[in-house]
Write a protein that binds this ligand. Structure first.
Ligand SMILES: N[C@@H](CCC(=O)N[C@@H](CS)C(=O)NCC(=O)O)C(=O)O
Length: 236
């Protein structure tokens, strides 16, 4: 079957994980149907396609579901690899560099995700939120070093073009803007992490990210209130 068959993506506009997949589909100029899910009332298709986690994103390729954003991104890159016609690769071609990219992508979800969740949804006091912000900042400082290692002086973690670590971290950028507004300072602070701050601008300016990475902090913060209401009503 390889690259034949229709693509349908179940996502949520603000989901860092769905955004990763949309950026890669755009990078590769792959046509797909986008279905916006309501996490307060999940569709039967979502529940049937991802019965284990019941989360977005889900990519349906010719009707077959692929789950988990990092897995989906790598699946897309394997089925539609880079080619001489200009379709870019997301994963590095060298096995060692591929391992390094996977390491840093895992680091993003191991360290940035819990801090992001704690800042926006988990912290009950200002102290708890400050501790979560400190965790996020520490992870971003480590990623500043990773950027040097992976980019080797080029514009992206992936080198000349957007690669795996770019899309994995780039998925969070919309929410980082919302967090900046919430805490009154920048998470990707140009004074502390200048390479990442410059990278953020470059990433957001790519055609693949434009219109997909949200930039409206107020809209995201409003959506955060909806998510908090849903989780409070589930907890009752
Ligand atoms: N590890 C998953 C995380 C996906 C995830 O957490 N998705 C959230 C939306 S951002 C979700 O669908 N949550 C389900 C829920 O809230 O019930 C991935 O990388 O795809």
């Amino acid at each position: 079957m390889a690259g034949s068959g229709e693509l349908k993506l179940l996502g949520v506009w603000s989901s860092p994980y769905a955004i990763r997949v949309r950026v890669v589909l755009n990078l590769k100029s792959l046509p797909y149907e986008y279905v916006e899910e309501n996490l307060g009332d999940k569709s039967d298709l979502l529940l049937a396609s991802n019965p284990v986690h019941k989360s977005v994103p889900v990519l349906l390729h010719a009707g077959r579901p692929v789950n988990e954003s990092q897995v989906i991104v790598q699946y897309i890159d394997e089925v539609w690899p880079g080619d001489a016609g200009g379709r870019p690769s997301v994963m590095p071609s060298d096995p060692y560099e591929r391992a390094v990219a996977r390491f840093w992508a895992a680091y993003v979800d191991d360290k940035v995700r819990p801090a992001w969740l704690a800042i926006l949804f988990g912290s009950k006091t200002e102290e708890e939120r400050a501790a979560a912000v400190a965790q996020a900042v520490a992870a971003l400082e480590t990623l500043e070093g990773a950027f040097g290692e992976c980019s080797k002086g080029k514009p992206f973690f992936g080198g000349d073009g957007v690669g795996f670590v770019d899309v994995v971290l780039g998925g969070y950028l919309g929410w980082f803007t919302a967090i900046d507004k919430l805490i009154g300072r920048r998470l990707i602070d140009p004074a502390r992490t200048p390479a990442l701050a410059a990278w953020e601008e470059r990433f957001r300016a790519t055609d693949a990210a434009k219109g997909v990475v949200p930039d409206d902090a107020d809209k995201l913060l409003e959506f955060r209130q909806t998510l908090l209401r849903w989780s409070a009503s589930k907890a009752k």
